[in-house]
Ligand binder design. Structure first.
Ligand code: SAH
Ligand code: SF4
Length: 423
């Protein structure tokens, strides 16, 4: 069974120490009994075709063809798979589906940022954000519905229920973004499978693509859903799949130390770490996971991160909270710590994005600049991240689904009605 059970928020610290083992067979559950192929690797698709009655050789060949259509061409209808026999296509459609997360709402910010409210087949809402820049386009992908970690400055952390997204729901976000941006390689739909790999690669690296980068910085803690995130990103990175380079993918963690080495070894993408504070007292308060994995342990895991080098630095995210973590001393201590662990580091300063009821304020622009200058003067890059999509609540830490907001609004209305009835 895929681990899609709802997990209630237990308290300030998630009791789940590491990813749950052995819970995922990768299949996104569906009410109609058909199997959604999105999220499955080629050998698993071949197995399913064999289980459905094809002989082993045919199953393998069909899986290769279907895989290519699904992940490389972005086809979402078996009828369009022109190199598969016409009679075979309805056979496939009876047993399998090519899923995408359902789009509940799409919003466009005045700065070009786009946010989609998405829904899983079993009715859970989550969000995905696309941030266009002059030289790149970054898709911010969610790994969970909600988050168990309750960082005090993060809106997602206030959601009451959490469910891991399946590999299909994770890779499905990237596929949906390509649909919405009209970015699947055109190719010649009638072309047969003997298309040369060079030709395909050329289509993918063509200039002018909108979606060039992926960050696992949407809802959820990706290292608490390790297996599903890894399986999804493997499809994204596969040259015959979505074919996006691992150098263009960044995974952000709040510091799940026991999973960091496996992240480097089994996924190999760039690492971003949500540090946000340099003393135990402050980090314990704003990132409660710190009570379990402290700053020293976290920085040691960063120093050991497989693949980190001066060419591939680790990003340290640091949210600027007025009067909390933004003093000159904090900046100097940050430099000292990064030096002590000899980390190939860059620092990303994130102005705090407010949300209704948030217990903090953003540092002043002068304070942010001063903090940045101190880190820069020590020879460590420390740019300030420009908030994007604030008008549609798409900026860092503002994600929280409309469904959940509605529930709150609904609750308020019910409370008012109750009050009125009592008077
Ligand atoms: N759970 C992961 C990834 C998702 S959060 C993590 O915490 O790293 C992506 C980034 O947004 C994190 O660095 C997070 O700390 C930051 N963030 C959360 N709430 C924020 C807010 N209100 N303002 C600015 N950044 C925020
Ligand atoms: Fe979860 Fe990241 Fe938000 Fe913390 S900042 S509550 S880990 S999504």
């Amino acid at each position: 069974m895929t681990d899609t059970a709802l997990m209630p928020i237990p308290g300030p610290i998630d009791p789940v120490p590491v990813a749950r083992p052995g819970v995922s067979d990768g299949i996104t559950p569906r009410a109609d009994g058909r199997v959604d192929l999105i999220g499955l690797p080629r050998p698993r698709i071949a197995e399913l075709f064999a289980e459905a009655g094809l002989d082993a050789k045919a199953a393998k060949l069909r899986a290769k063809q279907v895989y290519h259509w699904l992940y490389h061409r972005g086809v979402s209808d078996f009828a369009a798979m022109t190199d598969i026999a016409k009679t075979m296509r309805p056979w496939l459609a009876e047993r399998f589906v090519i899923g995408r997360p359902e789009v509940v709402e799409a919003q466009h910010s005045t700065d070009g940022t786009r946010k989609w409210l998405l829904r899983t087949a079993d009715g859970h809402d989550f969000e995905m954000v696309f941030i266009p820049d002059a030289d790149r386009g970054t898709l911010c992908v969610s790994s969970q519905v909600g988050c168990t970690l309750n960082c005090r400055f993060c809106h997602t952390g206030t959601m009451r229920l959490v469910r891991n997204l399946t590999p299909g729901e994770i890779v499905g976000q990237v596929m949906l973004a390509r649909d919405e941006l009209g970015e699947w390689p055109q190719g010649n739909m009638a072309r047969q499978m003997d298309v040369s790999e060079e030709e395909d690669a050329a289509e993918y690296s063509a200039d002018g693509r909108l979606l060039t980068n992926i960050v696992m910085m949407g809802m959820g803690e990706p290292l608490y859903n390790f297996d599903n995130v890894r399986d999804a990103l493997q499809l994204v990175m596969d040259g015959d799949g979505l074919a996006l380079s691992k150098r263009r993918i960044t995974l952000s963690t709040s510091g799940v130390v026991p999973m960091m080495e496996r992240c480097g070894e089994e996924i190999g993408v760039n690492l971003a770490v949500s540090l946000h504070a340099v003393t135990k007292a402050v980090r314990d308060e704003i990132v409660p996971l710190n009570r379990k994995y402290g700053i020293e342990q976290l920085l040691q895991a960063c120093a050991d991160y497989p693949g980190a080098s001066n060419a591939r630095r680790i990003t340290f995210e640091y949210v600027m909270l007025k009067g909390m973590n933004d003093s000159d001393e904090d900046a100097r201590e940050l430099v000292r710590l990064l030096r002590q662990y000899d980390l190939p580091a860059k620092v990303n300063l994130i102005p705090f994005n407010p949300w209704p009821g948030a217990p903090y304020e953003c540092s002043t622009p002068e304070r942010v600049r001063r903090f940045s200058d101190i880190v820069f003067e020590a020879g460590i890059s420390a740019p300030v991240r420009t908030p994007r999509g604030r008008d549609i609540d798409a900026a860092c830490g503002q994600l929280k689904t409309a469904a959940e907001k509605k529930t709150r609004a609904e609750l308020d209305r019910l409370a008012e009605e109750k009050q009125a009835a009592l008077q």
